[in-house]
Write a protein that binds this ligand. Structure first.
Ligand code: C2E
Ligand code: MG
Ligand code: MG
Ligand code: MG
Length: 286
């Protein structure tokens, strides 16, 4: 009886695996044509100086509007794109788009100083990556210092030499590098210390803990570590004023989160910037 049940579960499991694999394969083929069908767009989330309130940067976050109008979050399709290798092409599109938006925004009053783009390990592994980044900047006509690349601890999987030479070359162009979701991955402190970085981003999961008793620990430790390493510290996932104030008191330089603004499509972002500036709306578009 137990044996039969077990076998039944195995069959169910295999069937489910099959369905999941098929669905992933379908997603990859849909995603492959998403760029040509104009289904991808970027949402931009403001990053502000926690001490002055000034808009310092934007983080570009990828969105996919499917044929049926449903907007798919990156958590659903980025892992699939990474697994299939498609992330290299998608990532290139994101870089180009983000840089050209940065160029347009620079003529807008109250514009932020930089645009942050998330980069996957597979992109960094691509021998053409430096060229792709430089081309995106040059085509958009922006300076390197306008671009920030957000990498995760998973870059520790890359050969040290490749990672070092890539980051050094890009930083030589003025591009800054942030380590994203810090503390959630597997990198060792020694590998972090070796990496040429500008900013460290405190993960949302630690920021969320701030309003719980004893919960400040990890966020505070990350902030202290960042200070010791001479890095700028950015907190993500700030959802209320109290959290913002606690982070500011910890010496966190910048922050982003729903309390400040959710990620917005370009049109909405322009309105948001103008409202902050108290200026009349213009009709400028990307
Ligand atoms: P991430 O880089 O850590 O981005 C922050 C995520 O937190 C975003 O989710 C953002 O919408 C969300 N968020 C921001 N503020 C708050 C808040 O106050 N509360 C809560 N609960 N969430 C907040 P999103 O846009 O769904 O992106 C998820 C992840 O997908 C990103 O995490 C990033 O790792 C990845 N991703 C997004 N766009 C790209 C891309 O163009 N390329 C690559 N490789 N990865 C991307
Ligand atoms: Mg990020
Ligand atoms: Mg993050
Ligand atoms: Mg995160």
């Amino acid at each position: 009886r137990a044996k039969r049940e077990h076998r039944g579960q195995a069959v169910q499991y295999r069937a489910a695996m099959g369905a999941e694999t098929r669905e992933r394969a379908r997603m990859v083929s849909d995603l492959r044509v998403a760029v040509d069908k104009d289904q991808l767009f970027l949402a931009y989330q403001p990053q502000i100086d926690l001490h002055t309130g000034a808009l310092t940067g934007l983080e570009a976050l990828l969105r996919w509007r499917r044929e049926d109008g449903r907007v798919v979050a990156p958590g659903e399709f980025i892992p699939v794109a990474e697994h299939s290798g498609l992330i290299v092409a998608l990532g290139q599109w994101v870089l180009q788009q983000a840089c050209s938006t940065m160029r347009v925004l620079m003529d807008t009053p109250g514009a932020p100083g930089r645009m942050a783009v998330n980069v996957s390990v597979a992109q960094l592994r691509d021998p053409a990556f430096i060229h792709i980044v430089r081309t995106a900047i040059a085509r958009a006509g922006i300076e390197g210092r306008r671009l920030e690349l957000e990498i995760t601890e998973s870059v520790a999987l890359l050969p040290t030499e490749l990672l070092d030479s890539t980051l050094h070359a890009l930083r030589g162009d003025g591009i800054s590098v942030a380590i994203d979701d810090f503390g959630t991955g597997y990198s060792s402190l020694s590998s972090l210390e070796r990496m040429p970085l500008d900013r460290i981003k405190i993960d949302r999961s630690f920021v969320r803990e701030l309003d719980r008793p004893g919960g400040a620990r990890i966020a505070e430790l990350v902030a202290q570590l960042g200070h010791r390493m001479g890095l700028q510290i950015v907190a993500e996932g700030i959802e209320d004023e109290r959290t913002l104030q606690l982070l500011r008191a910890m010496g966190c330089h910048e922050g982003q989160g729903f309390h400040i603004a959710a990620p917005m499509a370009y049109e909405e972002l322009v309105g948001w910037m103008q409202a902050r500036q108290g200026l009349p709306p213009s009709t400028r578009r990307a």
